[in-house]
Design a protein around this ligand. Sequence first.
Ligand SMILES: Cc1ncc(C[n+]2csc(CCOP(=O)(O)OP(=O)(O)O)c2C)c(N)n1
Length: 249
Amino acid sequence: MEFEYIYKKPSALTSKANSYCPGCMHSTANKLIAEVLEELDMVGKTIAVFPVGCAVLSADYFLTDMTIAAHGRAPSVACDIKRCRPDKLVFAYQGDGDLSSIGMCETIHTANRGENIAVIFINNAIFGMTGGQMAPTTLVGQASTTGGKSRNPDDVGYPVKMCELINQFKAPKYIARFAMDSVPHIRDAKKGIRKAFELQLNGGGYSFVELISNCSTNWKTTPLQSLEFIREKMIPYYPLGEFRVPEEM
Ligand SMILES: Cc1ncc(C[n+]2csc(CCOP(=O)(O)OP(=O)(O)O)c2C)c(N)n1
């Protein structure tokens, strides 16, 4: 009996079982990127840059060329690689602690220079790998191991909105925020990742794709509750949408 596959593992991924926590949407984000690479026939022509944080686990799952950058330095490493190898598709894949805390400087200067790379930003509003410390993106009212029961804005400021910040610069070409809480939103996210990669391949430009994600382990929720948290708490503060799109798209 012959079977026709209507769903299969993207060829950009290894066959290793992933070690993300149960319900973690990093795995889905990995899969979306892998699907787009396959669709664009770029699996063998891509260099990924992974930082520290749970994002680094991705290095075990992609079959692309890759390197791992020190905490926060992924965009700088990515633009060095892209300048040396302009023929390659280059993307950095970073968590919010990495991108908006220790790496804030690299993030905004890379964006301001309009480097020809794509940055995929997994915002789960917390330092995940190290055990749930407060990140620049942790919400007011959200518990963390370093912020106590609730982020106190009088003490540590309000959560930083990265798309809105990057949207202040002239050079970036594509800036968008999506959420990983539901099938329709995940489909939109894939379209955004594709636009970012296509932009780099056709004419070039800096793109920033934020994916609002979860961390049920450190949020101390079930995986399903974590998706509710995205819907009820994160999306109202971090509105979804495309902030900037090149005219030709
Ligand atoms: C210079 C440096 N400082 C701190 C650390 C410790 N560290 C490892 S992972 C991590 C948190 C990463 O959090 P985030 O970027 O939000 O990613 P997530 O794990 O939530 O996906 C930190 C602080 C490190 N490895 N290097």
